[in-house]
Ligand binder design. Structure first.
Ligand SMILES: Cc1cc2nc3c(=O)[nH]c(=O)nc-3n(C[C@H](O)[C@H](O)[C@H](O)COP(=O)(O)OP(=O)(O)OC[C@H]3O[C@@H](n4cnc5c(N)ncnc54)[C@H](O)[C@@H]3O)c2cc1C
Length: 288
């Protein structure tokens, strides 16, 4: 899988903290906000969970010398969700305590983990109100989850959803997912607490900008959020219009599942990978 690393580099800030720090600093210095994710998921031993927590603490220490706008993203399966729910909740609370006032945003994983993720988030949020939660517009249940989080003042990141889900659980057509995203995003912009609108979909963004202007939603009441390395043009346009743009910056050794999800999101990505691997394997480079 080392062959895929050149493609991963487009989507991740580096394989370790040392290589990722200049990218994180660069983004902060360019006037963006950042949410930093140490890659990893489906952790199956308590030892790995401890290692994840130490990595986040190390990251936190390294960032304390730069300005204060960064926050953290994490998957609960990195904190032991698949091992034991109580253990995972305790780990999240420990991390929230240690990271001070910096927000921790819980990524949403596949639908087998949705319910437990939301339960743990709600429980920990009672003591640590700076915890936020990602919600996926493709899930049928998300309208209820969004309303429930709004009622509990939990900050939400709304995204389309990146996992392959069955038709009894999630919308399957892009048009329907987009429509649901728009509906939930509008609700969050009007009623949510510091929501993040996480998409690179230009059509959606145009519609949302119209809504934001019509409803006179204040730029300081929400964020746009985009992934590191994707649609930097849109990131800049939104920032120049005066909106707050947060960049989700992943780094770390466990880059493969994240990279595969990004590659799968766009047909052109896969064609690009296949063509390059083919050229490399059979020595069909144009430049010699
Ligand atoms: C900040 C952030 C956090 C996220 N957190 C989660 C999460 O917790 N759980 C979860 O399931 N999903 C998460 N996602 C992923 C999300 O669910 C989608 O899978 C992803 O954002 C692609 O959908 P899109 O709305 O950007 O629109 P799309 O319609 O997929 O893309 C719109 C345009 O963006 C560009 N683009 C999008 N993706 C790529 C790519 N991979 N490579 C190259 N160009 C691309 C292309 O120009 C494309 O035409 C997150 C996304 C963002 C932006």
């Amino acid at each position: 899988m080392k062959l895929l690393y050149p493609f991963a580099k487009r989507f991740i800030a580096g394989p370790d903290l040392k290589t990722a720090l200049p990218a994180i600093r660069g983004i902060e210095e360019s006037g963006y906000f950042s949410s930093i994710d140490i890659l990893g998921e489906s952790v199956s031993t308590r030892q790995q969970v401890e290692a994840t927590k130490s990595e986040y603490l190390k990251l936190f220490e390294s960032l304390s010398s730069i300005n204060q706008s960064f926050d953290f993203s994490i998957k609960l399966s990195q904190l032991g969700l698949d091992i034991d729910k109580e253990f995972c909740t305790e780990n999240l609370k420990q991390l929230a305590r240690a990271l001070g006032n910096h927000t921790i945003r819980l990524d949403m994983e596949d639908s087998t983990r949705t319910q437990n993720t939301l339960i743990i988030c709600e429980e920990a949020h009672k003591t640590y109100p700076h915890l936020g939660q990602a919600i996926q517009a493709y899930l049928f249940r998300s309208a209820n989850d969004v309303s429930h989080c709004i009622d509990n003042s939990i900050s939400i990141r709304i995204c389309k959803g990146a996992y392959k889900e069955p038709p009894d659980v999630a919308l399957q057509s892009m048009d329907k997912i987009r429509t649901n995203f728009f509906k939930l995003a509008c609700q969050l912009l009007k009623e949510g607490y510091q929501p993040a609108i996480a998409t690179h979909d230009e059509k959606l963004l145009v519609e949302l900008l119209k809504f934001i202007q019509q409803e006179e939603i204040k730029p300081e009441s929400f964020y746009f959020e985009m992934l590191y390395g994707i649609r930097r043009d849109l990131q800049k346009i939104l920032k120049n219009k005066g909106y707050r743009v947060r960049i989700y910056i992943p780094y770390g050794k466990a880059w493969l599942p994240y990279t595969l999800r990004r590659l799968a999101e766009k047909k052109e990505n896969l064609c690009f990978v296949i063509t390059h691997l083919f050229r490399e394997t059979f020595g069909l480079r144009k430049l010699h």
